[in-house]
Design a protein around this ligand. Structure first.
Ligand SMILES: Nc1ncnc2c1ncn2[C@@H]1O[C@H](COP(=O)(O)OP(=O)(O)O)[C@@H](O)[C@H]1O
Ligand SMILES: [Mg+2]
Length: 240
């Protein structure tokens, strides 16, 4: 039936995209990046992939739950989560992977953010960057890649991604700056939390000064002026 053709094409395209995502994710091995356990085959076709289950759920949900119980993530734990995420991001960038959808919703936790007695920092909680559905890999010698306008999540999108065109790993650094914002507010920024056509999140005036400095560096409009992920690792390490 002719009417089935577009649906089949769309399904094939989706499957191809999933396969690409699985191949990429399967090649990754880092404590702060969600790896792949295996792939599911149906007949000769690829049907899906299996990931380790992260008991703590997404970072976004965990932060929101803390807010619901009127709890602020203590600063040492906040720094630790950011540091582990920066380590995962640095690994991805060393492998020429641009994530393109970095946000708390795509970071998973192996356990609760806080231990049951509340203020105690759980040293063991694992932080894993996940969801490579929009990721792209730079070819050898390439430092940027053309992306369609608006690829990713609006609240976390670097200005150059919003416009569309050539983007580099620096696009993820912008999103990391928004992640630092999320870790302070324990929710993603909304339209009222940012300014201008570039949707720059307003740096919270009452957060730790060194944290605000790192956030501002990540949120520089010019991509080339943003720090790289390994610099972020070093700077966050100093806050521990
Ligand atoms: N490894 C995991 N452990 C626990 N929950 C997961 C895991 N992977 C995905 N999820 C759940 O599935 C949702 C979507 O996952 P994600 O990989 O971000 O896919 P997408 O955003 O493309 O739908 C998450 O918000 C979370 O609730
Ligand atoms: Mg997701």
């Amino acid at each position: 039936m002719q009417a089935d053709i577009p649906r089949t094409t769309a399904a094939l395209r989706a499957l191809k995209g999933m396969q690409k995502e699985a191949l990429l994710q399967g090649s990754l091995q880092h404590p702060n990046v969600l790896g792949l356990v295996g792939a599911v085959q149906q007949g000769h076709a690829f049907a899906g992939f299996i990931m380790p289950f992260c008991q703590g759920g997404s970072l976004e949900t965990a932060l929101r739950e803390l807010s619901t119980s009127n709890t602020s993530l203590p600063l040492p734990q906040r720094v630790r989560v950011a540091l582990l995420a920066a380590r995962g991001l640095s690994y991805l960038h060393q492998r020429s992977i641009i994530h393109l959808d970095l946000k708390a919703d795509n970071i998973f936790l192996e356990g609760p953010l806080l231990t049951s007695n509340g203020a105690d920092v759980d040293e063991a909680v694992g932080v894993k960057i996940a969801d490579f559905g929009l990721s792209t890999t730079l070819q050898p010698g390439q430092t940027s890649v053309a992306v369609n306008q608006g690829r990713g999540t609006d609240s976390h999108m670097a200005p150059e991604v919003r416009r569309g065109g050539n983007v580099s790993t620096s696009a993820d650094i912008w999103s990391f700056g928004v992640l630092l914002w999320e870790l302070v507010h324990q929710r993603p920024p909304g339209p009222d939390d940012s300014t201008g056509s570039n949707r720059v999140p307003i740096v919270p005036p009452d957060c730790q000064a060194a944290w605000a400095v790192i956030m501002k560096k990540c949120l520089r409009i010019r991509a080339s002026e943003r720090p790289d992920a390994s610099q972020l690792v070093q700077e966050l390490q100093q806050l521990l």
